[in-house]
Design a protein around this ligand. Structure first.
Ligand code: HAM
Length: 437
């Protein structure tokens, strides 16, 4: 049958309405065991290290992100989800946690707290990038920040927590990549040398790098385009131009890591995609060749608090991408336990039994017995088939006769044997049978 134009448009509209927005995913019940496992392990470790949970809004003033992440970064130039409002200052969905947490630290006067002030958070993050495998427009991060310590020991505490998280999740074959990108004392001299080196190659760089050359030359170093990589390979290395303070700080960080027996790869082209970093930067990568997705990354950002209007405050932190972690858990076939399932199903037959089964369900719940029940299903066969599918040990069957008598049938789902007992003894009967199970 031919459709007219109006019909076709309505169908198209309907199709759009039943799709999640591009680059955004549902996290369905079957996936939850991975999420609960990953977040649970991360939270336990962060708490053990003394980090406290902080929740900040998913939306902030857009200017906060521009000022902290940097105007000439992919995140700010191309990936901000702006929220259109009529007259008010522009808002945006958060493309990371750090800026919002620093804003909250300043706004809530947390500078007087004992240092370091440590926070952890997890939740959705939004970046308007081209969706592809492992790169989404909405994804979740587990994020950690420590504010108020300038010492190399703090960098290492943060890196150790990050490393321990991967270890606790059971993930193997990962690499810690590390670098130092200096500070305002040493970076300007290096950047002018870098520009001198790049000047003769300017014409052959990609369009993004041509802009980076004048606006953000450090980012020239981690361009993924083959022709730019070739130039970056022979570029001067910042490590040779660090000031004495940055040099000794980085040396201490590496010595601490050696002491901890954490192996690392010195990646002198690692500069990170956010402008607020100073000194140490690091990323965690799967070891396998050709992977272009980091699992986590972070570093030190000693100037950001002051730049956003707070007192000078050294800080460092990291974030881990949860979707990438969960995909890696599956790749590495890590056994994630199912959530505890009920071992008992309450089956009812007829109106009176249904009415009586609800208080019974409540009684069992209060006694700590997890019970599966579907009060909207009438046929016993249908309910027993749910019991079978859920592999429960016992079915409690309440028919009209039992409901009137105050008794109940206990059916052993494996042997099929049944026994009628008084409802007054139901809790002890269930506990006895489950213990034997
Ligand atoms: P980031 O490197 O931009 O750092 O992101 C951290 C992690 O988030 C990445 O390693 C990756 O696992 C995940 N991720 C990033 N983009 C996507 C995407 N489009 N889809 C899926 N996962 C993604 C930060 O966000 C910094 N705020 C980290 C930090 C905290 N630095 C200091 N404190």
């Amino acid at each position: 049958m031919k459709q007219n134009k109006g019909q076709k448009e309505t169908e198209e509209k309907k199709q759009v309405l039943v799709q999640a927005p591009l680059g955004m995913n549902d996290i369905l019940p079957a996936e939850q065991k991975y999420w609960n496992f990953a977040i649970g392990q991360m939270e336990d470790l962060a708490k053990y290290f003394g980090y406290k949970k902080i929740v900040t809004p998913i939306i902030e003033y857009q200017d906060l992100f521009t000022r902290s992440i940097g105007r000439v970064t992919d995140i700010v130039e191309k990936e901000i989800f702006e929220i259109k409002q009529k007259r008010e200052t522009k808002l945006a969905l958060r493309p990371e946690f750090t800026a919002g947490i620093v804003r909250s630290y300043i706004e809530n006067g947390m500078k007087n707290r004992a240092k370091p002030v440590r926070f952890y958070s997890f939740g959705p993050i939004f970046r308007y990038s081209k969706p592809q495998k492992g790169r989404f427009r909405e994804f979740w991060q587990f994020n950690v920040e420590a504010l108020g310590s300038c010492s190399a020991g703090q960098d290492v505490e943060v890196i150790l927590l990050c490393w321990d998280i991967f270890e606790k999740l059971g993930l193997k074959n990962l690499t810690l990549q590390i670098n130092s990108i200096g500070c305002p004392n040493c970076r300007p001299e290096y950047l002018s040398l870098l520009k001198e080196y790049y000047r003769p190659y300017r014409r052959r760089l990609c369009a993004d790098c041509k802009r980076r050359f004048s606006k953000n030359p450090l980012r020239l170093l981690d361009c993924k385009e083959a022709r730019c990589k070739e130039v970056a390979d022979k570029a001067p290395q910042i490590i040779d131009y660090l000031c004495p303070d940055c040099h000794s700080h980085f040396k201490s960080v590496l010595e601490f890591l050696d002491e901890l027996d954490i192996s690392y790869v010195l990646n002198l082209r690692l500069v990170r995609g956010l402008d607020y970093y100073t000194k140490t930067v690091f990323e965690i990568w799967p070891e396998k060749e050709g992977g272009n997705l980091s699992l986590g990354g972070g570093g030190r950002y000693d100037l950001l608090v002051e730049e956003l209007g707070g007192d000078p405050t050294c800080a460092c932190g990291f974030a881990i991408g949860l979707e990438r972690i969960i995909s890696e858990l599956k790749n590495q076939r890590i056994d994630v336990k199912e959530e505890r399932k009920p071992k008992v199903m309450l089956v009812q037959l007829g109106e009176i039994a249904k009415r009586k089964s609800l208080p019974l369900f409540e009684k069992l719940r209060k006694q700590g017995i997890r019970v599966l029940a579907i009060f909207g299903k009438d046929s016993v066969r249908g309910q027993l088939s749910v019991a079978n599918k859920n592999k429960v040990t016992l079915a409690l069957i309440l028919g009209e006769k039992e409901a009137l008598e105050g008794s109940i049938i206990i059916r052993d789902m494996q042997s099929g044997s049944q026994e009628t007992v008084s409802q007054n003894r139901i809790v002890e009967e269930i506990k006895k049978r489950l213990k034997e199970d």
